[in-house]
Design a binder for this molecule. Structure first.
Ligand code: FMN
Length: 149
């Protein structure tokens, strides 16, 4: 079984960059990963994975992009272990709407850790935030695994 699916949607590359950093950190943490760009086919069978990380940008006054909503519908159920990240821009509605798609996805999936919120590109000072969040995911996952053994 492949432990983690990273599924992300990105139009201009910011969310994709975050996905790449997360992938790198998970691999370094000894977790195998499959990456899926939302909106492409085939849609992966999420049941084949132990956990899913889903990433989305936010659009149109706090909205979740249609392709992300379609992906969630295609998945068709709420997997038990889902971690969420997103990119956004505070100039579109301030803190209230910042990364709102990620906030809503984390709520929808009852994510065990808070969603990662990145302002635009993660390169530079925010890269460390992505790295710390990824480490937190690895730790959480390994803790769950230890409980199961
Ligand atoms: C028309 C438009 C509306 C946007 N609305 C929001 C918003 O409501 N909240 C937010 O946090 N970011 C908003 N953004 C910013 C994008 O989410 C941000 O640029 C994101 O990093 C783009 O991701 P991508 O490069 O992966 O496509 C908006 C951007 C555009 C162009």
């Amino acid at each position: 079984m492949v432990p983690f699916l990273i599924a992300y949607a990105s139009w201009s590359g910011n969310t994709e960059e975050v996905a790449e950093i997360i992938e790198e950190k998970l691999l370094q943490g000894g977790i195998d990963v499959v990456v899926h760009r939302i909106g492409t086919v085939p849609v992966p069978d999420v049941r084949q994975f132990d956990a899913m990380i889903i990433g989305s940008f936010t659009w149109d006054r706090g909205a979740t992009p249609d392709e992300v909503k379609d992906f969630v519908a295609d998945v068709g159920y709420k997997p038990e272990h889902v971690y969420v990240f997103g990119t956004g821009d505070t100039q579109f509605g301030g803190d209230d709407l910042f990364c709102n798609a990620a906030v809503k996805l984390a709520w929808f999936y009852h994510s065990a850790i808070a969603p990662l919120k990145i302002e635009q590109s993660p390169r530079g000072s925010q890269e460390q935030t992505v790295i710390e969040w990824s480490k937190g995911v690895v730790q959480h996952w390994k803790h769950l695994h230890a409980l199961k053994c």
